[in-house]
Each structure stands twice: as structure tokens, then as C-alpha cells.
Design a binder for this molecule. Structure first.
Ligand code: GLY
Length: 398
């Protein structure tokens, strides 16, 4: 009996300490020292991890399995661009030759995906790897890959719908599914126009963002996950979810993709409708009554057992990075946006959100809860947007 009371007492003590840490987060400060320290630690960890996680074209790190072994994939997975991208960002920060070499080799292994017409995820795969490699090195071969991938991606554009088709599976239920995540693949198309001077990529991306704006959002600016269109008329057939709690719920990462997608699309087009949309999504997300104080959302704002539901760190890192971009476009709300982003960065610097697992940085993300997959685990894209957010925030201070 004494042992049980002792165990309960210890449990309560540690829970209390954790809560206290989350409150302490609010009084720390994001400044140049904090950001540089964070990025230095991540670059050091990445450098150590590349020694113990060998480069293998069939084993792109994605998450951890339930038994804590690494869930690795072929380059075909939508997540294959994120590990090379993270290494590129950390190379750019540290100027470390080993990080550069690893980034370049992993990047080479993604290249063959540029021909794949069966996916919309070409921006995630090729822009986060080759697009960043081009930004960091200026090597023309990387640019050529981005342009080839863009030519492949626009084959999935349907002018009747005004959108790029997302998925090819589930054909018995969906005729032309488009998911909110697809906003993220537009960045590569906008950049392909900047690289080539050919407006076709930009125009398709612009129209896709307009069509998504018209059909994906509810009156409160939360987003549906999947919209299924009639490919002949462009009419909306269905509004569904795939990774959210229900068709009518607000899946957190979907909201974050929308926020990032519209902030980025405004940056590339200067279309004011996209700016208004990004501002409204940010308000929905960050002032939601079920958003926890440390601004790391539950995996779905409408998950049934909040507060006993897993958080999704990936949604937080994507949103933080987006907010730092948005802050540049909205002077009147700059302080508020940076304050929200800083709270996320401070929260994630706490031990409870960090992992020592190779080759990851953060834990507590959710890939697909309804699919019972990747729950409360590190995810390679949570790390990618974390590093991007830290870099963006550091740049915003210089
Ligand atoms: N389809 C990308 C995601 O799971 O967010």
C-alpha cells in the first residue's frame, strides 16, 4: 500500500513539474542567443546521427515504429524530401562539410521521383530536397530537377476543376479528390516560373489556390481535409476527411497546411484574397478554445477525448514557420504572430517535446490517428518545419 501511495505521489510530483515547465515557457524569451543555441544543438545532433544512420536509398527516415525502431521508406514516400531538406538547412546554418555531403547524397536519391505522375506530393519530395539544394548551392542541375518535377506535377491539373488532383486511390468513393495538404506543392510551381520565366506553373498554382479557397473552407475558416470534385463540371461532390476525426472536424495538420499554403501563396502572388485567408486561418487556429496554453495543438481540434488526446507537434511546427512568414506581410499583426510562433518554439525547446532518437529532434506528433498509424511519435516533417521556423525567426531578428 505504502509503495502505491509513494508511486502516486511521485507521479503527481512529476506531472506538477511538467505543468510548471509549460508555464515557465511563457516567461522565457526568443532572441538571437536562444535561436542560435537551438540550431547549434540540432546541427550537432544531426552530425552525430549521420554517423549512426547510414545513407541508404531505400531507407529515408520517416518516424518511429511502436517498438521504437526507425520507420524508413523508399524515396517514393511523400516524406522523402524532408530529411535531405533538414540537412540542407542545418548545413546552411553551420557550414559543416559533412552535413552538406550527406544532404547532397540523400538529395540525389530522391531525384528519380521527378517522373512520377501518380502523386501530387512532388513539391514535398523534390522542392524540399532539390529546391533547397539549389537555394543553398546555386547548382543548376538541382534547378533542372525542380522544373522537370513541375512539368510532371502539372499533368495532374484539370482545368474543369481548376485544381491539381491529389490522390489516385479510393476510386470507388472519389472521382477527383483534392486535399488541403496539396497547397504545399504549389510553392514548387511558383518557383518553377521564377526559374524559367514560363508562367504556366504560376498560373496553375494560382488557380489551384483560388479553387481551394472557394471550396475547402467552412464559415469559421477551418478547413475540410478532402474535397471530391466532378472532373467534368468542377462541382463539389463530397467533403470528407482521411486523417481527421470526422468529415466535419478540424484536423490540426490540415489547418496548418492551409495556413502555410496561403501565407506562401500570398508571398508568391500578392493576391490579397490569399492574405485575408491566411490571417483568418491563423486566428481560427491560435484563438481556438481547445488550443492548449503552450500552443501545441491536439491532433484534431474536435478529437473526442480532449484533454486526453495526443498532441501533434508537426501541426505546431508547420504553423510556426508559416506565422513567421505571415508576420512580414501584416505589420499590424506582426507582434501577435511572432508571439505565437515564439511560444511554440519555446514550448518545443522543453525536454518533454525533444527526443534523443536517431535521427529525429522532436517527439509527440501524429501521422494518421484514424488509421492507427504514427501516433505520438517523431515525424521527419515536424523536424523539417521546426528547423525552418528557427531559421526564419533568426533571420527575422537580423
Ligand atoms: N498528406 C500529408 C499529411 O499527412 O499531412
Amino acid at each position: 500500500m505504502k509503495k502505491i501511495i509513494l508511486a502516486l505521489g511521485c507521479g503527481l510530483f512529476f506531472y506538477g513539474c511538467q505543468q510548471l515547465m509549460r508555464d515557465v515557457v511563457q516567461v522565457q524569451k526568443v532572441d538571437q542567443t536562444f535561436l542560435t543555441d537551438q540550431l547549434t544543438v540540432l546541427a550537432q545532433k544531426a552530425k552525430k546521427d549521420i554517423q549512426s544512420y547510414p545513407i541508404d536509398s531505400t531507407r529515408f527516415p520517416r518516424s518511429l515504429e511502436a517498438d521504437k525502431s526507425i520507420h524508413a521508406t523508399a524515396s517514393r514516400s511523400w516524406t522523402s524530401g524532408f530529411y535531405p531538406g533538414t540537412l540542407w538547412y542545418l548545413y546552411a546554418f553551420s557550414d559543416d562539410a559533412e552535413l552538406k555531403e550527406a544532404a547532397a547524397t540523400w538529395t540525389d536519391y530522391v531525384e528519380k521521383e521527378k517522373w512520377d505522375t501518380h502523386t501530387h506530393d512532388l513539391g514535398f519530395k523534390l522542392n524540399c530536397s532539390h529546391g533547397l539544394a539549389y537555394e543553398m548551392t546555386g547548382e543548376v542541375a538541382y534547378k533542372d530537377v525542380v522544373v522537370t518535377a513541375s512539368n510532371t506535377l502539372i499533368k495532374r491539373y484539370n482545368p474543369n476543376v481548376g485544381a491539381i488532383r491529389s490522390w489516385d486511390f479510393n476510386k470507388e468513393n472519389w472521382d477527383f479528390p483534392v486535399i488541403i495538404d496539396n497547397m504545399m506543392n504549389l510553392e514548387m510551381l511558383f518557383e518553377a516560373t521564377e526559374m524559367t520565366g514560363d508562367s504556366i506553373y504560376h498560373n496553375i498554382a494560382h488557380q489551384h489556390a483560388l479553387t481551394t479557397l472557394d471550396n475547402h473552407f467552412r464559415d469559421d475558416y477551418s478547413t475540410y481535409h478532402v474535397i471530391d470534385y466532378n472532373p467534368e463540371t468542377g462541382a463539389v461532390r463530397k467533403r470528407n476527411t482521411h486523417q481527421g476525426n470526422s468529415d466535419d472536424s478540424a484536423w490540426s495538420r490540415g489547418q496548418a497546411w492551409g495556413l502555410y499554403g496561403y501565407a506562401m501563396s500570398y508571398g508568391k502572388t500578392k493576391d490579397k484574397r490569399f492574405l485575408k485567408q491566411a490571417e483568418a486561418i491563423a486566428d481560427y487556429f491560435f484563438t481556438h478554445e481547445r488550443m492548449p496554453k503552450d500552443l501545441i495543438p491536439y491532433w484534431d481540434f474536435d478529437a473526442p477525448d480532449i484533454p486526453n488526446e495526443p498532441r501533434d507537434v508537426s501541426a505546431a511546427t508547420i504553423a510556426a514557420s508559416a506565422l513567421i512568414e505571415l508576420a512580414d506581410y501584416v505589420p499590424a499583426k506582426r507582434e501577435q504572430y511572432l508571439e505565437w510562433a515564439d511560444t511554440i518554439l519555446l514550448s518545443l525547446s522543453q525536454d518533454s517535446y525533444q527526443t534523443k532518437a536517431v535521427p529525429f529532434f522532436l517527439n509527440q506528433s501524429v501521422g494518421n490517428k484514424p488509421g492507427n498509424s504514427e501516433i505520438n511519435t517523431p515525424l521527419v516533417y515536424a523536424d523539417y518545419y521546426y528547423v525552418e521556423a528557427l531559421r526564419r525567426r533568426l533571420k527575422s531578428l537580423s
